[in-house]
Every structure is written in structure tokens, then in C-alpha cells.
Design a protein around this ligand. Structure first.
Ligand code: FES
Length: 106
């Protein structure tokens, strides 16, 4: 089991038990967490799953690869150094993740 903590733009935190192997985006959509759209279903073609990773989470998952990095230039809210597309973050068993969702995805 993994834990994912989603902090909304208004500061509301939603804590979800995630399944290892699922993405942070899939876990949000399946559990009705607001703030993540995931329009393309995780095929890295929409950038509506943008999140800001907390420092410990960013250290755990690392930065984006080249294709994700390119897609991050098209997010609705301007990217930051800790931006990731949450469909590209796969949960690992026993790990806890903290992400903040932007004010809008579209
Ligand atoms: S869900 Fe479309 S890029 Fe992540």
C-alpha cells in the first residue's frame, strides 16, 4: 500500500490509500480527488494532471523525462521547478507522496 496526500489550491488535504503500480493521477481520478483532470488517461498528451511535488516527494520520484518536460510547458498554470505530470508518477509499495494541485488544469 502507498499513501498519497493531495493538497488543493485552497489548502484542503485529501489523503488516499494508493495501489502500488498505479499513478498519482489514476489514484486521484478513481477516488474523486478534485484538482486533477487526467483528460488523456495517462498517455502524456494533455498536461491536465499537473501537480507540484513536495520536496521529499520530488526527491523520491525525481524530475521529468524529456517528453514530460516538453509537455510541462503546456500546463494551464505555469510550471515550477517541482512540477510533474502526475500520470507519470507510479506509486511504490510502502511510499508516501505529497503533491499540491494547481488552481486550474484547463
Ligand atoms: S493525464 Fe494526460 S498528460 Fe497526464
Amino acid at each position: 500500500m502507498s499513501k498519497v496526500n493531495y493538497t488543493a489550491d485552497d489548502g484542503t488535504v485529501t489523503r488516499i490509500d494508493g495501489r502500488p503500480g498505479d499513478s498519482v493521477m489514476e489514484t486521484a481520478v478513481r477516488n474523486g480527488v478534485p484538482g486533477i483532470v487526467g483528460e488523456c488517461g495517462g498517455s502524456l498528451s494533455c498536461a491536465t494532471c499537473h501537480v507540484f511535488a513536495a520536496p521529499e516527494t520530488f526527491a523520491l520520484v525525481g524530475g521529468p523525462d524529456d517528453l514530460e518536460d516538453e509537455m510541462l510547458d503546456g500546463t494551464a498554470v505555469e510550471r515550477a521547478e517541482n512540477s510533474r505530470l502526475s500520470c507519470q508518477i507510479r506509486l511504490e509499495d510502502g511510499c508516501e507522496y505529497h503533491v499540491t494541485t494547481p488552481s486550474t488544469q484547463i
